[in-house]
Design a protein around this ligand. Structure first.
Ligand code: HEM
Length: 417
């Protein structure tokens, strides 16, 4: 037993410690998770970086089963593995959908989901396209750029701000910084640890609360106003009120890094698999299966955490009430028991049993349709304007076992004449 790995019951191979952040910097993720899936489907990992130890679940079917059993595997202590209740950490999602269990969750999820159906998000398409075109215009003459900063990161942030109703001014740069700090809190160059992340989350929540208060007296044509109006008609309660105030922080945290990293990893995949770009250019009807494959390939959210509510035996392993458990979506997405030839980036894959949006069950990503639309519009416009855009060199990664984040990624293309 090394200092990095205190094994209990079902030890993982010594070089794999999913709780240690240094492990993630050097990880050979594809082969390590393949080894876990084959021989160690349920393992225990422990390291000071991630607080108390936790169970790891890596097979597609096991992830789906647990995600669909919220009574045994609860979200009430959060969806990130690194936090323990005694740390008193505020996360953007604290008190929101992502940290509620049924039946409360069911009620508020219903309130929001009407606003995220394919038809409801289709009305944002023109605004998304205008934003995408203006970001591309900003770099098109240069022949090269840093893709994350110039294109991938601003897009989802602006889209969420447009939808919720945040004014288009310097506030957005501030929101951007807060969102980065809380989601990537464990990267010393971005966040300030759990404490810094907590402060940033609180700042986002306070901002959301102010915005909701402003809208309450001055309804506009945005999501916040629509929810406030709906709540007014339905006779809301204190928790519903909390959901609306916290909605902004939740959406920023859930929709920002995720979509950003999908398009960055996606462009990298289109660079590594040129035939996929050819397919998309010649068969534009593949754009929706392309979006799902990009998100599968990227797996922007590496894990989702659950907390065990009662002593339970899962796949022959005894788990105790109160213990943490990580569902490794990344591994589910590479499991050949569920996905054919998972190492291949295949934009024609249909059906695509991706687990990037979760393993199913009540918390399945609310923003799926919006994320898909953003990805479709981005690649349509990008390859139209800069058909030979490609990644050069190796991207740098965010230090995290929560997000599979690309911090910087250089790209080159023939400048637009
Ligand atoms: C490709 C981009 C995205 C990925 C990979 C992603 C991934 C996820 C994952 C893994 C979950 C948790 C699922 C579970 O535990 O079962 C989730 C939940 C959620 N996502 Fe996304 N997401 C993305 C984009 C978005 C966007 C654009 C929004 C909204 C603007 C959004 C809003 C949410 C919300 C509100 C939840 C919580 C749902 C609940 O607990 O009921 N996501 N997402």
């Amino acid at each position: 037993v090394t200092q990095d790995l205190i094994a209990v019951d079902t030890p993982a191979p010594e070089h794999i410690n999913l709780a240690s952040l240094d492990y993630w910097a050097s990880a050979t993720l594809e082969s390590d998770f393949a080894l876990l899936r084959a021989d160690h489907p349920v393992t225990w990992h422990e390291h000071p970086d991630s607080g108390r130890g936790f169970w790891s679940v890596v097979r597609h079917q096991d992830i789906a089963e647990i995600a669909n059993d919220p009574a045994t595997f609860s979200n009430r202590d959060g969806a990130r593995i690194n936090h323990d209740p005694e740390m008193n950490v505020v996360r953007p999602a604290t008190g929101t959908l992502l940290e509620l269990d049924p039946p409360q969750h069911t009620r508020y999820r219903k309130l929001f989901s009407k606003k995220f159906t394919p038809r409801a998000v289709a009305r944002f398409e023109d605004a998304i396209r205008a934003r995408v075109v203006s970001l591309i215009d900003g770099v098109a003459d240069k022949g090269r750029c840093e893709f994350v900063h110039d294109v991938a990161a601003p897009l989802p942030l602006h889209v969420i701000c447009d939808i919720v109703g945040v004014p288009d001014d310097e506030t957005r740069a501030w929101i951007f910084e807060m969102a980065d700090r809380t989601v990537a809190e464990n990267d010393p160059e971005i966040g300030g640890g759990a404490e810094g992340g907590s402060e940033a989350a609180l700042a986002l929540k306070e901002y959301g609360e102010r915005l909701a208060a402003e809208r309450a007296t001055d309804l506009k044509d945005d999501l916040l106003s629509a929810l406030l109006a709906m709540q007014g008609q339905e006779g809301g309660d204190a928790l519903a009120d909390r959901q609306i105030k916290d909605l902004f922080a939740l959406l920023v945290a859930a929709g920002n890094e995720t979509t950003r990293n999908s398009v960055s990893h996606g462009l990298r995949a289109f660079t590594l698999f040129p035939e996929a770009r050819e397919q998309l250019l010649t068969r534009p009807e593949l754009r929706w299966t392309m979006a799902d494959e990009v998100v599968r390939w990227a797996t922007p959210v590496l894990h989702m955490r659950r907390t065990i509510t009662r002593d339970v035996v899962f796949r022959g392993v005894e788990m105790k009430a109160g213990q943490k458990l990580a569902l490794w979506n990344f591994s589910g997405n590479r499991d050949d028991r569920a996905i054919d030839d998972p190492e291949r980036f295949d934009i024609t894959r249909d059906p695509n049993r991706l687990q990037s949006f979760g393993g199913g069950g009540p918390h399945f990503c609310l923003g799926t349709n919006l994320a898909r639309l953003e990805i479709v519009v981005l690649f349509e416009e990008l390859f139209k304007a800069l058909p030979d855009i490609r990644v050069v060199g190796e991207p740098t990664s965010v230090r995290s076992n929560l997000i599979r984040g690309i911090r910087e990624m250089q790209v080159e293309f023939s400048p637009r004449g």
